[in-house]
Design a protein around this ligand. Structure first.
Ligand code: 13P
Ligand code: SF4
Length: 329
């Protein structure tokens, strides 16, 4: 047992987090992929952009972001006057890692006639080098407003970019990044599960590779998937995204059954996001107590990144956009 955990033994962590939340005038945000015990004590549970926008609209002095680093950076970009803490600064993202800012800047420079549409899952520095940020909910709305002959770079998720290229018929230059979580689903195992539960619709996130999306009845963002299963008449679903979102589904529809899509051995835990799992109640408590680790974004980067985020909001009427997934490809 490490020293940090040892020192906290005997503390009522939930009560202490509650006390510090009030003392610090803090708002606690949890992404859908966080552990249930974190989701259950958060002030807001949602997708990354929605959480940052909700936090910006509060009068909190502190934002405790239970999610990954790029999400907390978006919160800081939108609320520079607030202190933004992330329980574990190592909570990164394979998509962010796949797109180092200097390499992205060089790629852009090599394609000066291309517009850079960049998925929100990237660093603040990459956002600053981009023209328009997109989410899985807003990308299609934004693409529909760009002239047909406009050349486009889509970074960093090649699966998400490929999905929108197929859906809109646009030829885009794709950055070669991917999400290790959504890449872990096995087509063979998914087909076995579908055969076992023939009536169960499959809902998938567009970060999944095409061989998974091809079997989906619905493709959409985390929020979109949640809305889909709640609105559907079916009582049984196969969910091809990070499995912790099932916690919200079970809370909202306790009479329905949700089965996580399997990885290669049919029963692995490989589709739980290891970065999201770095946040714990202990680390959240310490972050609120010590106001560290804090997210810092230098002002020129923040302003440039905010410009590309604002462009998305302008092009989607101030919301992150209608959902992407109905009907399936
Ligand atoms: P959304 O919640 O925006 O759909 O993103 C999914 C994801 O992978 C976040 O890391
Ligand atoms: Fe990144 Fe994938 Fe984890 Fe989301 S689920 S934070 S995209 S590694």
């Amino acid at each position: 047992m490490n020293a940090i955990v040892e020192n906290l033994i005997g503390l009522d962590l939930r009560a202490e987090i509650d006390r510090l939340r009030k003392e610090r005038n803090a708002v606690i945000l949890a992404h859908y992929y966080q552990a249930p015990e974190i989701q259950d004590l958060a002030d807001f549970v949602g997708d990354s952009l929605d959480l940052s926008r909700k936090a910006a609209a509060t009068d909190a002095d502190v934002i405790a972001f239970c999610g990954v680093r790029f999400m907390a950076e978006v919160a800081k970009i939108l609320s520079p006057e607030k202190t933004v803490i992330l329980p574990d600064m190592d909570a990164g993202c394979s998509l962010e890692d796949s797109c180092p800012p200097d390499q992205f800047a060089a790629f852009r420079a090599a394609h000066p006639d291309h517009l850079a549409l960049t998925y929100i899952n990237c660093s603040a520095a990459v956002k600053a080098h981009s023209d328009i940020i997109v989410t899985s909910s807003s990308a299609e709305t934004i693409l529909s407003q760009l002239p047909a002959d406009q050349k486009i770079i889509f970074a960093p998720d090649r699966h998400l970019g490929g999905y929108f290229a197929r859906k809109t018929g646009r030829d885009m230059l794709l950055w070669e990044g991917s999400c290790i979580v959504h890449e872990a689903f096995s087509e063979t195992e998914l087909l076995k599960l579908k055969a076992e539960y023939p009536g169960a619709p499959v809902a998938a996130h567009p970060e999944c590779p095409v061989h998974i999306l091809d079997h989906a009845d619905y493709v959409g963002s985390t929020r979109g998937i949640l809305d889909y299963v709640l609105a559907s008449d079916s009582d049984l679903f196969i969910i091809a995204t990070e499995p912790h979102i099932i916690h919200q589904m079970e809370k909202a529809a306790p009479h329905k059954t949700f089965i996580g899509a399997p990885g290669a051995d049919g029963n692995c835990n490989c589709n739980a996001c290891p970065y999201m799992a770095m946040n714990t109640l202990e680390k959240l408590y310490l972050a609120l107590r010590d106001l560290t680790p804090q997210i810092e974004v230098d002002e020129p980067t923040r302003v440039a990144a905010k410009r590309s985020l604002d462009r998305m909001l302008e092009m989607t009427g101030g919301v992150s956009g209608p959902d992407v997934g109905r009907p399936k490809l």
